[in-house]
Design a protein around this ligand. Structure first.
Ligand code: MG
Length: 642
């Protein structure tokens, strides 16, 4: 019996009914059509390695486009590919360049073009909350006159600035619950940048000011000198009687001294009283205590919502964010990639751009979206640009972000699904999904609910589902039969598991392409669970085995791609008194499909008078029909054409 039913599930055209004429399944599609908007999320550093250096790379993706095409993907979300100081890429050092470990601009252009031939769009991951500590940051903290000074959330006295409401990033809050202020320099004493020194030998004072004037060479015929950091002995120019001056580039971690002899120290060494100078104000010097004259009074602190390697970017008051220098620079960098052919962006950590202030963030995101979409349209992109925000909160808290963006990840979707599969309860699932959607409607009619299981920051779905392949297939089938825009995370379609407990690398495992091949593990510091990454979890093995997790994903993705009711139809709950069974219909494109999933580990039977039960579009697991009753085996799924 079981074997017969499996055959029926796999060969829907031949699933005969005693009472009703089977509906012709309109699935004569050749597989190239992609009605659905399925996106595959991949980690460039660990997806596929084209050159054998142990790092996944852009060419590796291009070489595996057939795989992504067969999986039904019409878009790829790439982990950040810009030059970065971290393997995962979220500390961007230069938004305009490609990380050399991952490839070249030519590689990226080739990927965009080859993917487009398969109707696959490329989405970049854009990090707007913070950058890495690259040239922008180093320049910003080097001098108050740096053109990058406004790019970051900097303060000489952050607690005073916070409580006075002078930190735009905090939108009036004096106590953001995430983030810290960090010292911008290694010590409190040093300075790096261009300074003008004016020694008044009559008054025995020195006045130091920051400047952008040209630097001067040291005076070889000087009568007075500075002793300073990397420059050593610097001869001053006497500009009037007893007044000695110079403009030089300074790089010192301890401060400086004045000397009235180029060879002798002792009483010829002039310093301060142990305090630090204030730029622009005369500072008294002496040759008795003559302590190092330090720059501690100019100590700069920077704010970082995450860790100290990720300084937060500053866009000024949110209502005018697009006028800030940082916004303009980042937008110019995005223009470059959009004009190269990028069709979408995934925006990282949008809650923290303005510290957890939903209205400010949504306002900012609207400005960002409009700017990027204008570039996209000017390029001739089709429709509107896709852009999805990572607002990692419950649905009720993120809905306001739809004022700014067309799409948001629905984290609650997965949190609900794993809870229900864990409890074996499916019959409130459809109502919950509809409730999510109702939350968004007041903010945007055309919202795109980006549904997903786990991602690169969460314990793997496979671990949450106890490494049970039947549960994983069920979760994939639910994802691919729900309304919205589904995202499949690298390895999920193969039944990967992994938790963050040993390091985030364990949830970012490379794809095992062949039964015998190796995986690129250098980027992950070798942190790969080889108990999981075996031959039987490989793509090669799973392609050859009908009952694999991969094939379950493929057949449900194909159903979604070829049936408008699944890809873009509207959902309606079908009331179900059988606790484990989730039931709903999807209607659109002139068809209605009945979707049924069993969230439990035991067979469940539902009575469905008035529904057609014999025209399977796609199924997984044991499905049987008797009269008006549909029986779903443990963790099984079926879609039936009405
Ligand atoms: Mg490589």
């Amino acid at each position: 019996m079981k074997r017969l039913l499996l055959i029926l599930a796999m060969l829907p055209l031949f699933a005969a009914s005693c009472e009703k004429q089977p509906q012709p399944v309109p699935d004569d599609n050749d597989g190239t059509e992609k009605l659905a908007d399925i996106t595959y999320q991949l980690n460039v550093y660990s997806f596929a390695d084209s050159d054998g250096d142990g790092w996944g790379d852009i060419k590796g993706i291009t070489q595996h486009l057939d795989y992504l095409d067969a999986l039904g993907a019409s878009a790829l979300w790439l982990s950040p590919i810009q030059t970065s100081s971290s393997y995962h890429g979220y500390n961007v050092l230069d938004y305009y360049s490609i990380n050399p470990k991952l490839g070249t601009e030519a590689d990226f252009k080739e990927l965009i073009d080859k993917a487009a031939e398969k109707n696959i769009d490329i989405y970049m991951d854009y990090v707007l909350n913070h950058s890495g500590r690259g040239e922008w940051f180093n320049n910003a903290i080097s001098s108050e006159s740096s053109p990058y000074r406004s790019y970051y959330v900097l303060s000489n006295n952050w607690s005073a600035d916070v409580y006075a409401g002078r930190v735009d990033n905090f939108v009036g809050s004096s106590n953001p619950y995430m983030g810290d202020w960090h010292s911008a320099s290694g010590g409190d004493l040093g300075y790096k940048g261009r300074l003008h020194f004016r020694l008044d030998w009559n008054a025995k004072t020195v006045t130091v000011t920051e400047t952008t004037d040209p630097a001067q060479a040291a005076n070889p015929a000087a009568g007075m000198w500075l002793w300073i950091g990397s420059a050593g002995l610097v001869g001053l120019y006497e500009t009037s009687s007893g007044i000695y001056e110079i403009t030089i580039d300074v790089d010192t971690d301890w401060g400086f001294l004045v000397r009235s002899s180029s060879t002798e120290w002792g009483s010829y060494k002039w310093g301060g009283d142990g305090s630090s100078i204030t730029f622009g104000k005369p500072f008294a010097i002496n040759n008795s205590a003559s302590a190092d004259i330090t720059f501690g009074g100019q100590q700069v602190w920077y704010f970082a919502a995450f860790d100290s390697s990720m300084p937060d970017l500053n866009y000024g008051p949110y209502a005018n964010a697009s006028e800030s220098a940082a916004f303009k620079d980042l937008a110019a960098s995005a223009d470059k990639w959009i004009n190269m052919g990028v069709n979408g962006l995934r925006l990282d950590a949008v809650i923290w751009i303005y510290q957890n202030h939903a209205n400010a963030n949504a306002n900012f995101l609207k400005q960002w979206y409009d700017r990027c979409n204008a570039t996209y349209k000017a390029r001739g992109g089709k429709g509107d640009m896709y852009m999805v925000g990572e607002a990692w909160e419950e649905t009720g808290k993120i809905k306001e972000y739809y004022k700014g963006l067309p799409s948001l990840f629905n984290f609650s979707y997965w949190w609900t699904l794993k809870d229900r599969i864990g409890r074996g309860k499916g019959n409130d699932f459809a109502a919950t999904v509809l409730w999510f959607r109702d939350q968004y409607k007041p903010y945007r009619n055309d919202f795109i609910d980006a549904i997903k299981l786990s991602n690169h920051d969460e314990d793997r779905a496979g671990s949450d589902l106890n490494r049970d392949k039947n549960k994983m297939k069920l979760a994939g089938a639910v994802l691919l039969t729900s309304p919205g825009k589904p995202f499949i995370y690298q390895g999920e379609e193969l039944g990967y598991w992994g938790t963050k407990s040993g390091g985030d690398e364990y949830i970012r495992t490379p794809i095992k392409w062949t039964i015998d091949g190796t995986v690129p593990a250098i980027g992950l510091n070798g942190k790969v669970d080889y108990n999981m990454v075996t031959g039987s979890i490989s793509v090669e093995y799973q392609n050859a085995h009908e009952e694999s997790v991969l094939n379950a994903y493929k057949k449900f993705a194909r159903a979604r791609n070829t049936h408008p009711a699944l890809s873009s139809g509207s959902m309606a709950e079908v009331s179900c008194s059988v606790n484990p069974v989730a039931l709903w219909t999807m209607t659109g494109g002139g068809e209605t499909l009945l979707v049924a999933h069993n969230f439990s580990g035991s067979a469940a039977t539902v009575s469905l008078a008035g529904y057609k039960l014999n025209s399977q579009v796609v199924a997984n697991g044991d499905i049987s029909v008797s009269g008006e009753s549909l029986t779903l085996g443990a963790y099984s799924s079926v879609v039936l054409k009405q």
